[in-house]
Design a protein around this ligand. Structure first.
Ligand code: KIV
Ligand code: NA
Length: 275
């Protein structure tokens, strides 16, 4: 089977079909996403929080993305795997080219994602010219949380227009899609209507071209509060705790492992040999 390309996603979009992207950071989860028929996998810098326990995406390195991307790429044959360029790895064009080379050539990704609008449009243009498919990311951009705050974007006076202009600048620069994170639903609808390339929402309402969600959120792997922009489609965290409690109880009671889990041996032969 051939791996999905940005052109395949463009075709889905042209046919008016919505599509899903989910984060996955390792071999096993990428396999599961592929089994579910999901065409796009994001090795997001959210891995800094959900895989590594940092309290933001800022500490994530290109090495981290490459390490996790290699595992995710090995786990799936058909999805397009997109890798985030981490905080301050694309502030200069030279840095961006180096980071993109590593995420694509070493990580095996088929696209990178970078945060920002007009300020990164020149970088996007250079990368696309060099053969790197670029996914944009606007609205709440977590790498800028120290300057923009942790909140919905695009509501302040002038912010909606700036978001539309940023989106058009990314499209003009050659981005093949744009993530819209924490953007009011009517604004995400307007941005989507004005672009030819697909938008991919998270906390951006139902009128985007596709949706992206974080693995741990949709599968219920955390017990902490569920933010408004997500929904638990399963409670795997609770199931894992129950399963591990059952394992521990059976081990302590001597009920696991059972005979069916154990290798047999002729006991007379064993006694003779050890005599
Ligand atoms: O890192 C990530 O998971 C992301 C998505 C939330 C879009 O950038
Ligand atoms: Na990210």
């Amino acid at each position: 089977p051939m791996r999905t390309t940005t052109r395949d996603i463009a075709r889905l979009h042209a046919e008016g079909r919505r599509f899903t992207m989910v984060t996955a950071y390792d071999y096993t989860s990428a396999r599961l996403a592929e089994r579910a028929g999901i065409p796009l996998i994001l090795v997001g810098d959210s891995l800094g929080m959900v895989m590594l326990g940092h309290d933001s995406t800022l500490p994530v390195t290109v090495d981290d993305i490459v390490h996790h991307a290699r595992a995710a790429v090995r786990g799936c044959e058909t999805p397009l795997v997109v890798g985030d360029l981490p905080f301050l790895t694309y502030a200069t064009t030279a840095d961006a080219i180096d980071a993109a080379r590593r995420v694509m050539a070493e990580g095996g990704c088929g696209s990178v994602k970078i945060e920002g609008g007009r300020t990164v449009a020149g970088t996007v243009h250079t990368l696309v010219d060099a053969g790197v498919p670029v996914m944009g990311h606007l609205g709440f951009t977590p790498q800028s949380q120290h300057t923009i705050g942790l909140r919905v974007q695009g509501r302040d006076t002038g912010a909606a227009r700036r978001l539309v202009e940023d989106a058009l600048a990314l499209q003009d620069a050659g981005a093949w899609s744009i993530v819209l994170e924490l953007v009011p639903a009517p604004l995400a609808r307007e941005v989507t209507a004005r672009l030819d390339i697909p938008t991919i929402g998270i906390g951006a309402g139902p009128h985007t071209s596709g949706e992206v969600q974080v693995w741990h959120d949709v599968l219920g792997l955390f017990d902490a509060h569920v933010p408004r922009h997500t929904r638990r489609f399963a409670t795997l965290g609770d199931q894992a705790v129950e399963a591990l409690q059952a394992l521990a109880a059976e081990v302590e009671a001597g009920a696991f492992p059972g005979p069916e889990n154990s290798a047999r041996m002729d006991e007379d032969a064993l006694a003779a040999e050890l005599a």
